[in-house]
Design a protein around this ligand. Structure first.
Ligand code: ZN
Length: 303
């Protein structure tokens, strides 16, 4: 599943390859890919044709492209989505969902999605320099966003009465921290994900922000995590961050810090990975963490 650093790699690819170009034709190959658009395929194609793409922005895992008519084209990669920039003559592939061609007849933009949890849709832009889509107003900024307010995040986190990991996955508090990065950041600061947020010290919370940022920066530098071989960036190159993971996916493997075998626990229908020695489970509260072996289930994409 693409996480924030991968989505940022895709945004940078879009900024390089499609910004400034005029859309000449759109072909929706599967209606599910535009299910969040309130019209049909024909309307979607007509709404985009003839528009120029002005910029490429991201908030959390959402991407948006402001268009010359004041609307924005929004995208979410879901679990297996890819935005590929390809020469028009290259093979289209089985999972092509939306094809966008340009007036300059250069590389086209393809939304490819095997499982179709992702999609493209249109929205109105809110006023402001980023032309944030109206439907994204509730999504918090992510820690790589220059506008991220660290003090505000720390005070909001410590006022919550929940477990840390649940708070990190809450897009209205902080965006872009998925399951993998939450586990990696918690391992770095030696905190178990079930620790109550209202008992974190300000120093612990600040350390957590630093750790999240470090994990994301590292993933970004390495081109994103390609855990799920389905993910490739906008040019079709796989990322390599999976090699540097310290927690995620390492059940029974030795902790990179103390050598203890790493554990896996079930949490919110997903697996959480941590070190039993470095990250002891809190005793006082019973959270949703369970030690039972978990079956890997798809993470549902809920917009
Ligand atoms: Zn350890």
């Amino acid at each position: 599943m693409p996480e924030l650093p991968e989505v940022e790699v895709v945004r940078a690819g879009l900024a390089r390859w499609v910004v400034g170009r005029e859309i000449s034709a759109v072909s929706v190959r599967h209606p599910r890919a535009i299910r969040r658009f309130l019209g049909g395929s024909t309307q979607f194609e007509a709404a985009l044709t003839g528009r120029r793409i002005l910029a490429a922005h991201r908030r959390g895992k959402y991407l948006w492209l402001p268009l010359s008519d004041g609307q924005v084209l929004l995208g979410h990669l879901g679990m297996s989505g890819q935005l590929l920039v390809e020469v028009p003559s290259s093979p289209k592939g089985l999972h092509l969902r939306v094809l966008i061609a340009f007036a300059d007849q250069g590389r086209d933009l393809r939304f490819v999605d095997q499982r179709t949890f992702g999609g493209l849709w249109l929205d109105a832009a809110s006023p402001g320099p980023d032309q944030l889509p109206v439907s994204l107003a509730h999504i918090a900024r992510d820690p790589l966003d220059p506008g991220f307010d660290e003090k505000l995040f720390i005070s909001r986190l410590r006022r919550r009465r929940t477990e840390i990991k649940r708070a990190l996955l809450d897009q209205t508090l902080i965006s872009g921290v998925g399951n993998i990065y939450a586990d990696e950041a918690l391992w770095r600061v030696r905190l178990h994900g079930a620790r109550p947020t209202d008992r974190l010290t300000r120093t612990q919370a600040a350390g957590l922000v630093v750790a999240i940022r470090e994990v994301m920066m590292q993933a970004l530098a390495e081109g994103g995590t390609s855990f799920d071989s389905l993910y490739v960036n906008v040019n079709g190159d796989s990322g390599h961050f999976a090699r540097s993971l310290n927690a995620y996916g390492r059940v029974d493997m030795p902790c990179h810090r103390c050598g203890a075998p790493m554990r896996r626990e079930a949490f919110m229908n997903r697996s959480s990975f941590s070190c039993p020695a470095c990250q002891p489970r809190p005793r006082s509260r019973r959270g949703p963490f369970k030690t039972a072996a978990t079956v890997r289930r798809p993470e549902l994409y809920t917009p």
